[in-house]
Design a protein around this ligand. Structure first.
Ligand SMILES: O=C[C@H](O)[C@H](O)[C@H](O)COP(=O)(O)O
Length: 226
């Protein structure tokens, strides 16, 4: 296992300290969350009574594989804690998410949760967001027009493709534009500008939403509080 994988594992597993019996847990997406779900499955087997609301098809699959019971918003609208990864985290805990294309469901879960815990390895910490191309989920119809509107905001938008060069389709049946805005000076303002564009479903900017950030290093976890 690489040092980075180990850092993800440590952060993912440490996040279980937020979980108590009876909770409904927002299950994020990505390779760091994988370790959280896997460990959570061990706790469930040992008797922990929790349910998870997964944010992606991949997380549903992991929850099933590791024995974490799942539920959905038709059964409960209470999420006690959401635990999720990020692609970038700045000093004010603004996030870029969506590298795996799960940003819309992740955000619905994060805004519903009483507590939103972010788990990352140290490589995700940045002084300013924007080296990572900002994922923006858009409706397929009129994608060229929407990309043009994003360009007017200063973002060079590239349609996400799969490894086989087909267009990437999100779990919601939409497209993802990976947008280069250069360094993002004002994440909250840019997020609101993007949200106002017809055709944009959601931006991968999560400004000021995290309650706690758990940072994994190769040999330890550092917890950043408010
Ligand atoms: O859409 C994907 C999610 O936002 C992930 O949480 C994010 O990309 C981080 O993933 P990872 O832990 O694999 O770096």
């Amino acid at each position: 296992m690489t040092n980075q994988d180990n850092a993800k594992k440590l952060a993912g597993e440490a996040s279980l300290s937020h979980i108590e019996n009876g909770m409904t847990i927002g299950l994020g997406s990505g390779s760091t969350v994988y370790w959280m779900i896997r460990k959570l499955g061990e706790h469930v087997k040992a008797g922990l009574d929790v349910k998870g609301i997964p944010s992606s098809g991949q997380s549903v699959a992991w929850a099933n594989e590791y024995g974490v019971p799942i539920t959905d918003f038709s059964r409960t609208q209470r999420v006690d804690v959401a635990i999720d990864g990020a692609d970038e985290v700045d000093g004010q805990w603004n996030l870029i998410k969506g590298g795996g294309g799960a940003l819309v469901r992740e955000k619905i879960i994060a805004v519903t949760a009483r507590k939103f815990v972010v788990i990352v390895d140290e490589s995700k910490l940045v002084s300013r967001l924007g080296d990572f191309m900002l994922p923006v989920e858009i409706l397929p119809f009129g994608r060229e027009v929407t990309a043009g509107r994003i360009a007017e905001l200063g973002g060079l938008a590239k349609l996400r493709r799969n490894d086989d060069n087909g267009v990437f389709i999100s779990d919601n049946g939409n497209y993802i534009l990976d947008c280069d805005f250069g360094g993002i000076q004002e994440p909250k303002a840019l997020h609101h500008q993007l949200k106002q564009l017809t055709g944009v479903v959601e931006s991968g900017l999560f400004p000021g939403m995290a309650d706690e950030v758990m940072v994994g290093y190769s040999d330890r976890v550092s917890v950043l509080h408010d």
